[in-house]
Design a protein around this ligand. Structure first.
Ligand code: ZN
Length: 314
């Protein structure tokens, strides 16, 4: 079994509009934008990161906003719902806030004994807030007070046609089956960073998703450092997974592999973090470019959509 996976690190999704995306995550959900950079492979597209004060692994939602791309078609082989953790009794506040701000798809239910509020992101992205009584993670309180603010991720729910091989993979990664109900199996990890759950929803008759705006591109799991990451990489390749070489993502190091159910997994390091090139007090303010794209700065500053932030919260 693989040692050292510490829960989720980040979730990366696709968006059709950087400005709307930024406003939704910073103003509506009250997360902090912790980095404004560009896609390594397509530098004319932003890579925006939102999370807690420091962008702590387990709190970071990231987006590639490709201007005007078509919406994805939901289906299997993808993350269906990304859930954030909020304090006990916070859902009433969120229901009022989100409905008052015109957010779509509000629906309350309960999952494994926890109260949950589903809502849609700006591109129809599948999100939920889950009331957890014992989440000790400190929230960012830019727009939403500490009594209600998001603590970080609670879980990611994978929608799969066939759950068997992916369940086996999660167990190999150190997850333990906690419960199963209504076609959903919950896995949890001991000693995680708070973003400790992965759900598998089995839907054998649903077609594979087509990715587009509102789709999750990949989900990343956290490891402490590069030494641990190399051990994880070896364990995965020894088991037959095709894993990419270690890639420098400036704020963490990454390896990627496609899971049997079709979802793209990443294993990312907690080092070096988002304050590598900006002071903690000013995270996310300046446009940061990967070194190899620095020569494009003048062009990018002129052509990237201008993101205007409200207020002085950051
Ligand atoms: Zn990633």
């Amino acid at each position: 079994m693989i040692e050292g996976i510490r829960g989720l690190h980040h979730v990366t999704s696709l968006s059709s509009d950087a400005v709307r995306n930024n406003a939704f995550f910073t103003e509506t959900l009250g997360l902090r934008r912790v980095k404004k950079t560009v896609n390594f492979d397509a530098p004319e597209v932003y890579h925006l990161y939102y999370g807690d004060e420091a962008g702590t692994p387990g709190s970071v939602m990231t987006y590639f906003p490709f201007p005007g791309i078509a919406r994805g078609r939901p289906g299997t082989g993808e993350v269906g719902t990304t859930a954030f953790s909020v304090p006990a009794d916070a859902l009433e506040f969120w229901k009022k806030r989100l409905s008052g701000m015109g957010v779509d798809g509000l629906k309350e239910d309960e999952s494994f004994g926890e109260k949950r509020l589903h809502f849609g992101g700006p591109d129809g992205d599948g999100f939920a807030l889950v009331e957890t009584g014992d989440d000790g993670r400190a929230p960012w309180t830019g727009e939403v007070g500490a009594d209600h603010a998001i603590r970080g991720f609670h879980s990611a729910a994978l929608r799969l046609r066939d759950d068997g091989a992916t369940a086996e993979l999660l167990r190999y990664m150190g997850y333990r089956e906690i419960d199963a109900k209504d076609g959903v199996t919950r896995f949890g990890i001991e000693g995680g960073n708070g973003a400790d759950f992965v759900d598998i929803e089995t839907m054998p008759n649903i077609a594979l998703a087509d990715q587009g705006a509102g789709s999750v591109h990949h989900v990343a799991f956290a490891v402490k450092d590069r030494a641990r990451q190399l051990e994880v990489r070896k364990a995965l390749t020894d088991t037959g997974y095709q894993v990419t070489p270690v890639i420098d993502r400036d704020y963490f190091w990454s390896i990627y592999f496609r899971t049997p159910g079709g979802v793209l997994f990443e294993v990312a390091t907690n080092e070096p973090g988002f304050d590598r090139d900006e002071e903690r007090a000013h995270l996310g303010e300046a446009l940061k470019l990967p070194t190899q794209h620095e020569h494009l700065r003048a062009f990018l500053e002129e052509h990237l959509q201008q993101i205007t932030d409200r207020g002085t919260a950051w």
